[in-house]
Design a protein around this ligand. Structure first.
Ligand SMILES: [Zn+2]
Ligand SMILES: [Zn+2]
Length: 256
């Protein structure tokens, strides 16, 4: 199984996961045209995508989902809560399949395990994908690390995890106070510190790749994330490679 981030951040999120025979997207937070372009850069035609698994209804995760689904007849997988919160927008999708948290489903030879995450959305989930005994976690948009999140993180050979903000940059930054409270709250976003703590507390022995994702442009700096990642890896003595996902372009192709 392979994974490539097509883009990540508050302006749009999409991650491509594929095996030899099956390709799926986790989230489709770019406009349809932009999604097509980024897929092309990754060497894929839209019609090759067999499913789009949505995490939650925030625009940066489903902006192009309904149109892309209808145009290429690709099923959208989402929770009932996400569908209701989509306010009819999602009804334009070609096909909709309901995701029930903690009930795995299979697309081709890839199995997706959805599980709930704490975030200020109707029924948000993250996904652990599995193919041939290899597992990739895609987990952004959560305000705190739950036991369940930690369990699934421990199982991952590749983990894409949110490293949204630096608490000090958020505190001194320009955002209004209520928004700052929202971001750092239990239903907001993981900080760099939260993310590094998760890594040092729960990295499994099989973990080979970490992708730091959903970085805030305003309240974070990739160099801070890099510093944290380097010191974690030095301390862990584990052979782990990492990438910092970008908003403006697709990332590297990773073997899971
Ligand atoms: Zn988001
Ligand atoms: Zn969100």
């Amino acid at each position: 199984m392979k994974l490539r981030v097509l883009g990540s951040g508050s302006e749009g999120n999409a991650t491509l996961i594929h095996s030899e025979t099956t390709a799926v997207l986790i989230d489709a937070g770019f406009a349809c045209r932009e999604l097509e372009n980024r897929l092309k850069l990754a060497g894929f035609m839209p019609g090759e995508i067999k499913a789009i698994a949505i995490t939650h209804e925030h625009t940066d995760h489903l902006r192009g989902a309904a149109l892309f689904s209808r145009r290429y007849d690709i099923p959208l997988y989402l929770t009932h809560g996400t569908r209701l919160a989509g306010n009819g927008q999602l009804e334009k999708a070609g096909r909709i399949e309901t995701v029930i948290p903690e009930e795995p489903f299979t697309v081709g030879d890839i199995t997706l395990h959805p599980f709930p995450v704490p975030h200020d959305a109707a029924e948000p989930v993250a996904y652990l994908s599995e193919c041939g005994g290899r597992r990739a976690l895609v987990m952004t948009d959560l305000g705190c690390v739950t036991v369940r999140a930690m369990e699934n993180f421990r199982l991952a050979h590749l983990a894409l995890v949110e490293s949204n903000h630096d608490p000090e940059l958020l505190a001194i930054g320009p955002y209004p106070w209520p928004l700052k409270q929202r971001i750092k709250g239990k239903l907001g976003h993981l900080s760099n510190d939260d993310c590094m703590r998760l890594l040092s507390d729960a990295a499994g022995e099989g973990l080979g790749t970490v992708i730091f994702a959903h970085l805030s442009r305003q309240n974070n700096n990739p160099n801070l994330v890099r510093l944290g990642a380097d010191s974690f890896i030095a301390a862990a003595g584990q052979r782990i490679t990492y990438e910092i996902a970008r908003q403006d372009q697709p990332g590297a192709l990773h073997d899971v």
